[in-house]
Ligand binder design. Structure first.
Ligand SMILES: [Zn+2]
Length: 275
């Protein structure tokens, strides 16, 4: 269910892995998982043969136990053992719910380290702090902290109907909810109203904040809302972003396809008759 505490605490922790510590391994948009069938698990430290010179790097704790990734500054390829494979990050359906959320938060941190290897001010190399979750430029001293982008997502309803949109950049025919990043100077509610107007040309009523949830897959913190709108008002699609929009009846709405996503939880709440 939506708006959960994932149990992942990314606070800095000087720790060494145990044999059974979780080890999150990534490359580009893929993660290394265990399991030959459809059900996967996250590997443990003992499952992975780290290349020579690649040290484990602590990403924080899950339910009080330290978790790791291979040194995010290393480009060495992690070798696969039998029963292991590189999977698309959207594999989360193959992982139990909390594990999928842990995977996304680990990805959020790992990809931030990868993108921040060089200082954005002077181009020098950065180095992890020895006492907090930050990076410091070795040349000019600039500090960097994990980047989190706030974003809003809104379930827009009109009686028994829910508004869905299909984006121009996502999988063709895949429908989701109106969502977008919060812009500098905006409040969350303003962002919700702006996104609805920009994407589909709708004026929202009864905008209600529901809660928030980390969404490390895209480095965001998602703020979830419900709002109502007039189903008979004309939809004006933002051509650059929205390929299609539809009002779908409660009875015809398929369940969400990614249980860890905020979108899926909002659909569950609509289907349960909450709005
Ligand atoms: Zn610098």
């Amino acid at each position: 269910m939506l708006l959960m505490d994932t149990g992942f605490s990314p606070a800095y922790l000087p720790a060494e892995p145990r044999q059974d510590s979780l080890l999150f391994c990534f490359r580009q948009n893929e993660c290394l998982l265990m399991g030959d069938g459809e059900e996967k698990t996250i590997p443990r430290f003992a499952d992975i043969a780290l290349p020579a010179g690649v040290k484990p790097f602590c990403l924080g704790q899950v339910d009080g136990r330290p978790v790791f990734c291979p040194d995010p500054f290393s480009d060495a390829e992690i070798p696969l053992a039998p029963g292991q494979s590189w999977c698309k990050l959207r594999i989360s359906k193959a992982l139990p719910l909390p594990e999928a959320a842990w995977l996304y938060t680990a990805w959020h941190l790992w990809s931030w380290y990868r993108r921040t290897r060089h200082c954005g001010v002077c181009g020098g190399l950065t180095r992890p702090s020895a006492h907090e979750r930050s990076l410091r430029c070795e040349t000019c001293g600039q500090m960097f902290y994990p980047a989190i982008s706030p974003a809003v997502i809104v379930a827009i309803t009109s009686g028994d109907y829910l508004l869905q949109v299909s984006t121009t950049y996502g999988e063709p025919g895949r429908f989701s909810l109106v969502a977008g990043y919060v812009e500098p100077g905006e409040t969350l509610e303003h962002a919700v109203r702006r996104e609805a107007m920009e994407e589909v040309g709708l004026t929202l009523r009864n905008v209600e904040y529901l809660g928030d949830q980390p969404w490390g897959f895209s480095g965001t913190l998602m703020f979830a809302f419900h709002a109502t709108a007039d189903k008979d008002a004309p939809l004006k699609l933002q051509e650059s972003e929205i390929a299609a929009a539809r009002w779908i009846h409660r009875r015809e709405l398929p369940p969400g396809d990614n249980p860890v996503s905020v979108s899926c939880s909002l659909i569950e709440r609509f289907l349960s008759g909450e709005w």
